[in-house]
Ligand binder design. Structure first.
Ligand code: NAD
Length: 261
């Protein structure tokens, strides 16, 4: 059987998708024919322009819905407002880098809420829609830091390990239905979230920008290359295909060999 992917007639909701990996995944799913719901906490002209550009370029329906993924009720409202959710990509995330004794409590709370609890709320709201439609895909964007740890990223690593656990439970609760739940675990991808942590890491390690990239970030990535947002999009699209119908409750690393070390 030829390996084909058409997502025509499906609606994909991607949290935190006005930049970086979420946007890359949205583009790939749109090119595969899915209607798209873009999201972030902002409500700028640019956000809506992005939706219009994607709709025009890919020939699918694209809407932008503002919702703050740090708030459980807004996570659930995003799904309700979209009205349909065949593919849920839990991608919104933030980072903060500091040693545990100095880690600001409000940063801990925000990272746990946005990077982990939001996936619980959106999944809770989306599963009934997937069950009604008789098909569904939950794809959680975890991280190599959902499987391994590094110093100074306590909240992020706790949240991403939590997301991997939530993925497994989601898979078990849907195992006998045409619904799958998996986590993609990227290594370093050069997006705004990575750009923003370079200055703090420079401070923690007393290094230059180039040294942080080479000696801290890519030192863990044996390929010595950043992964790309297009590769994340391709992996998510594969997980939506029939070929992946029996892949559930697992993690797929796209990390240049990081977790093989
Ligand atoms: P990014 O900063 O480009 O994207 C983060 C997205 O989340 C943005 O669209 C932002 O607007 C959105 N967001 C932030 N706070 C939000 C909130 N309160 N409500 C709604 N949206 C919110 O970074 P990215 O690298 O594209 O990160 C996307 C995901 O990939 C994150 O979960 C991140 O942890 C994960 N990840 C990234 C890397 C990497 O190297 N870039 C590696 C592993 C995992």
């Amino acid at each position: 059987m030829a390996f084909e992917i058409s997502l025509a007639g499906k609606t994909a909701i991607i949290t935190g998708s006005n930049s970086g990996i979420g946007l890359g995944i949205a583009w790939e799913l749109a090119r595969a024919g899915a209607d798209i719901v873009l999201n972030s906490f902002t409500d700028n002209t640019d956000d809506h322009a992005l939706a219009a550009e994607m709709a025009k370029s890919a020939g699918v329906k694209v809407q932008y819905i503002q919702a703050d993924m740090s708030k459980g009720d807004q996570c659930r409202h995003l799904i309700a407002q979209a009205g349909r959710c065949d593919i849920l990509i839990n991608n919104a995330g933030i980072q903060h880098v500091a040693p545990i004794p100095d880690f600001p409590v409000e940063k801990w709370d925000a990272i746990i809420a946005i990077n982990m609890s939001s996936a619980f709320h959106t999944t809770a709201a989306a599963l009934p829609m997937m069950r009604a439609a008789g098909w569904g895909r939950v794809i959680n964007i975890a991280s190599a830091h959902g499987l391994t740890a590094s110093p100074f990223k306590s909240a992020y690593i706790a949240a991403k390990h939590g997301v991997v656990g939530l993925t497994k439970t989601t898979a078990l609760e849907t195992a006998q239905e045409p619904i799958t739940a998996n986590a993609i675990c990227p290594g370093y991808v050069l997006t705004p979230i990575v750009e923003k942590q370079i200055p703090d890491t420079m401070k923690e390690y007393n290094m230059s920008r180039e040294e942080v990239i080479e000696k801290v970030m890519l030192t863990r990535q044996p390929s010595k290359q950043f992964a790309t947002v297009e590769q994340m999009g391709g992996t998510a699209t594969f997980l939506c295909s029939d070929a992946a119908a029996q892949i559930t409750g697992t993690t797929i690393s796209v990390d240049g060999g990081w977790t093989a070390l």
